[in-house]
Design a protein around this ligand. Structure first.
Ligand code: DQA
Length: 145
């Protein structure tokens, strides 16, 4: 199984940015944990982060006919980007939407996502564990399909 984990803007600053909300661990701590978990699950994993909408869009396009499943934390683009939504619909790759924080317990503008209704599932509010749980659920999600 080929899985792509995509992280949107400002997630490169994990461990430094708003640590009360996002914690003290870094994106490379998270990636290390996910690569280890992927090996146990026999999943071939690619992890990508960008602050630029068009780079995320191009990465999604490159997944066409290659990537079986994505885990996507669109970060602030969650609440703004129809272009990223359209990119996912264009390649038709199933994905789980993940947020580190509980987007429903924060500012009201975070309660709307352009991705939830086209996602295979959503995990939010569980910190980095959400990514691990999403990864573990993928083999079963692909069987059920
Ligand atoms: C986030 C939540 C978003 O509202 C925010 O813009 C982020 C991170 C999360 O993982 O909790 O950058 O996606």
């Amino acid at each position: 199984i080929n899985v792509l984990i995509l992280n949107g803007p400002n997630l490169n600053l994990l461990g430094k940015r708003e640590t009360k909300i996002y914690g003290n661990n870094t994106l490379s701590d998270l990636s290390k944990k996910l690569y280890e978990e992927a090996e146990l699950l026999n999943i071939s994993l690619d992890i990508f982060q960008s602050n630029a909408e068009h780079c995320l869009i191009e990465k999604i396009h490159l997944g066409l006919n290659k990537i079986n499943f994505m885990i996507f934390n669109p970060a602030a683009f969650t609440h703004t980007s129809i272009a990223l939504r359209d990119a996912i619909l264009s390649v038709n790759i199933p994905f789980i939407e993940v947020h580190i924080s509980n987007i429903y317990s924060r500012e009201s503008f975070r309660s709307h996502s352009w991705f939830s209704d086209i996602s295979s599932g959503i995990i939010c509010g569980f910190g980095f564990d959400g990514y691990v749980w999403a990864l573990r659920s993928i083999p079963k999600k692909l069987q059920v399909k």
